[in-house]
Design a protein around this ligand. Structure first.
Ligand code: MN
Length: 220
C-alpha cells in the first residue's frame, strides 16, 4: 500500500503522509476538563496514516462506541528530517500547517486509561484523523497566535487561541524528535483546547484555524 497524499494549497503536487503523531495534552483548559495532571511533560501517541480522512471525505461513525468526540487541532507537516532537534531550529523542519480533527472513541479511551492499556481502540480506529489541505509555511509563516474553533451544526463548541498551547510547536517538535527520528511526511496533531464533546450521524463538524484554513466533515 502506498502512503496517502494530502492536497497542498496552491500547488498541483501532493504531500505524501508518513506517520501521524498526536500530542496528548496541550491546552490547560482541556487538561482541567479531563481532570488530568497539569504539570505533566508532553506525551505522544500515533494514529495510522491510513486513518486520515482527506479531500472533504466523510467520517463514518465508528463501531463499538456510544461517545465519539471531536478534537480540533493545529497539524504540523514535517518537511525536513531530524532527530534531537533543538527548539530554536525546529521551525526549519516544518513544511506547512493544516487543520485536523483528532476523533476519539472517548468511552473506549476511558476504559484503556482505567485498565492501563494502550489507546489504539480509542484513538487509532479507521477514519480517526480528518485533515484539511496543507498550506505551506512559505505562504503563511509559522502561526503562534490566532483563533482555533470548532462548530457542530453551526453551534460553537470549541473556541480558543493557538497562544494557549502549553508546548509551542517548536517545543513539541523538539520533544518528539528525541523519541523518534522525524522524516518528511510526518504529521503532528498538536493537541486540542477545551470544549470537546460527542457527535452523532448526521452532524456537520466545521473547524477553523486563523491563517491556516477550515475543515468541514460530515458524520455519516
Ligand atoms: Mn487530541
Amino acid at each position: 500500500m502506498s502512503f496517502p497524499t494530502i492536497k497542498i494549497v496552491g500547488l498541483d503536487e501532493r504531500f505524501p503522509a508518513r506517520r501521524v503523531y498526536c500530542v496528548g495534552r496541550n491546552y490547560i483548559d482541556h487538561i482541567r476538563e479531563m481532570g488530568s495532571d497539569e504539570r505533566e511533560p508532553p506525551f505522544f501517541f500515533q494514529k495510522p496514516a491510513d486513518a486520515l480522512v482527506l479531500d472533504g471525505g466523510d467520517f463514518p461513525y465508528p463501531p463499538l462506541s456510544e461517545n465519539v468526540h471531536y478534537e480540533i487541532e493545529l497539524v504540523v507537516a514535517i518537511g525536513k528530517a531530524g532527530r534531537n532537534i533543538v527548539p530554536a531550529d525546529a521551525l526549519d523542519h516544518v513544511y506547512g500547517y493544516a487543520v485536523g480533527f483528532d476523533m476519539t472513541r472517548r468511552d473506549l479511551q476511558g476504559v484503556a486509561k482505567d485498565m492501563r492499556r494502550p489507546w489504539e481502540a480509542g484513538k487509532a480506529f479507521d477514519h480517526a484523523a480528518p485533515c484539511s489541505a496543507i498550506v505551506p509555511a512559505t505562504d503563511i509563516g509559522h502561526p503562534e497566535t490566532g483563533a482555533i474553533w470548532l462548530k457542530v451544526n453551526r453551534e460553537t463548541r470549541q473556541e480558543a487561541d493557538l497562544s494557549h498551547q502549553i508546548w509551542s510547536v517548536p517545543e513539541s517538535i523538539s520533544h518528539l524528535s528525541e523519541l523518534f527520528e522525524l522524516v518528511p511526511g510526518d504529521l503532528i496533531f498538536t493537541g486540542t483546547p477545551s470544549g470537546v464533546g460527542p457527535v452523532k450521524p448526521g452532524d456537520t463538524m466545521v473547524g477553523g484555524i486563523e491563517g491556516v484554513g477550515e475543515l468541514t466533515v460530515q458524520v455519516v
